[in-house]
Design a protein around this ligand. Structure first.
Ligand code: ASP
Ligand code: MG
Length: 416
């Protein structure tokens, strides 16, 4: 007689959660509890905190122009160590376990070294071990390319390994253990009245992650959203974690009963503003500016075109990430003959502040509240952009804290 299949759980532990022998022993105890609660568990681990940085630094020091395939061969190794150690720690407390490197699973990816995407995961081997009562410990962040080379999934990629594995295993949930106890309405380091959210929708989390909240890798949220993987963020530093749902659950909008207009306030300092002063005001000028930027792989975020006061020329302003700034300037300078700007004016001392919430789809007035709140604080808005569930403004960096705190209060998010 075969036993009924057990529910499956993926538990992911980030770098600070596996940063040494004692921390890994704690991880093993947290896993053991879930095994005792009746789950088949797959554990995904990051490298010890700081380890990947060290490996990347070695690689760059050896040669700035290194082969991307070797970067991956090197950068992926930190996770091999923690996967093995975690399996040993589990065995030591009576929980049978074995470790897998990404290629052994196999976690098949495309060939984009350094930021590969997962294409397919073969879970048969893991499921076979589950049937024998064995916990699977998988090295996060890594996979295997079609050419059979080791790949990595981009910094923070273990989150994506975990969520993709949960999707492939049909797991009940993917629990992401980290050093904070959940997702907050805003950054608790700058707003002491920030509140932990019980639940947040995939879409809101995607905006929060891409707008600067660093708890989850953006791509992992995309994968969770596409495959509807219920993903919980919780702390490995609280050993009572994991009994109920003590963290923040990232889930479908329908699962969230509490209705709110704005769910969170995010900010990103990784912004640079570029203005093309006096470009000809004629059809084709936007294409002349943004096509060469796109061809150079430069991501442009907010865009505004001013009204022309002389009917002949206008100013065009856009933002990009700080890392792309120098290249963007070069592209615009090289293309000046075809664009026709008089000059460029730039500012890297800016921050993008965003309010996010699915409630905006059905309620008006969210943007007004934002503009009014900032006006009352005397903060000048330089650029505005909106989407269905967010409003973002670009302001001077020195007002970051002031703006985020005032908005948090204005939308009723402050903790009591
Ligand atoms: N160890 C990798 C990094 O530091 C992957 C991860 O931790 O998610 O980026
Ligand atoms: Mg991380």
């Amino acid at each position: 007689m075969s036993a009924a299949p057990k529910p499956r759980l993926v538990m992911k532990f980030g770098g600070t959660s596996v940063s040494g022998v004692e921390r890994i022993r704690t991880v093993a105890r947290l896993v053991k509890r879930q095994v005792e609660l009746g789950y088949d568990v797959a554990v995904v681990v990051s490298a010890m905190s700081g380890e990947t940085n060290k490996l990347v630094a070695f690689t760059r020091e050896m040669s700035p122009l290194h082969d991307a395939r070797e970067y991956d061969a090197i950068a992926s190794t930190g996770e091999n160590v923690t996967a093995g150690l975690t399996a040993v720690a589990l065995d030591a407390i009576g929980v049978p376990a074995r470790s897998w490197a990404g290629w052994q699973v196999p976690i098949k990816t495309d060939g984009v070294h350094g930021s590969a995407s997962i294409v397919e995961i073969g879970v048969e081997g893991i499921v076979e071990r589950f049937a024998q009562g064995i916990v699977a410990v998988i090295a996060g962040f890594q996979g295997i390319s079609p050419e059979g080379r080791i790949t990595t999934l981009g910094r923070g990629g273990s989150d994506t390994s975990a969520v993709a594995l949960a999707a492939a295993l049909g797991a009940e949930r993917c629990d992401i253990y980290t050093d904070v106890d959940g997702v907050y309405t805003t950054d608790p380091r700058i707003v002491d009245k920030a509140r932990k959210l019980d639940k947040i929708s995939y879409e809101e989390m995607l905006e929060m992650a891409s707008l600067g909240a660093k708890v989850l890798q953006t791509r992992s949220v995309e994968v969770a959203m596409i495959h509807k993987v219920r993903t919980q963020v919780l702390s490995s530093f609280d050993e009572s974690s994991g009994e109920t749902l003590p963290g923040t659950l990232v889930c479908d909008e329908d699962e969230i009963m509490e209705k709110r207009l704005v769910t969170g306030v995010a900010y990103s300092r990784d912004e640079a503003k570029i203005t093309l002063v006096k470009v000809p005001d004629r059809p084709g000028v936007a294409a002349a500016i943004f096509s060469p930027l796109a061809d150079a792989g430069i991501n442009v975020d907010m865009i505004v075109q001013n009204v022309s006061d002389d009917g002949k020329t206008t100013d065009m302003t856009f933002t990009t990430g700080k890392a792309d700034f120098d290249r963007a300037i070069k592209v615009l300078t090289d293309n000046a003959p075809s664009i026709g700007q008089e000059r460029l004016s730039t500012d890297q001392n800016v921050v993008k502040v965003s309010v996010i919430g699915v409630g905006m789809r059905t309620h008006a007035g969210v943007a007004q509240t934002m503009f009014k709140t900032l006006a009352e604080k005397g903060i000048n808005i330089q650029v505005i952009s909106t989407s269905e569930i967010k409003v973002s403004v670009l302001i001077a960096a020195e007002y970051t804290e002031l703006a985020v705190r005032a908005l948090h209060t204005a939308y009723g998010l402050d903790a009591a």
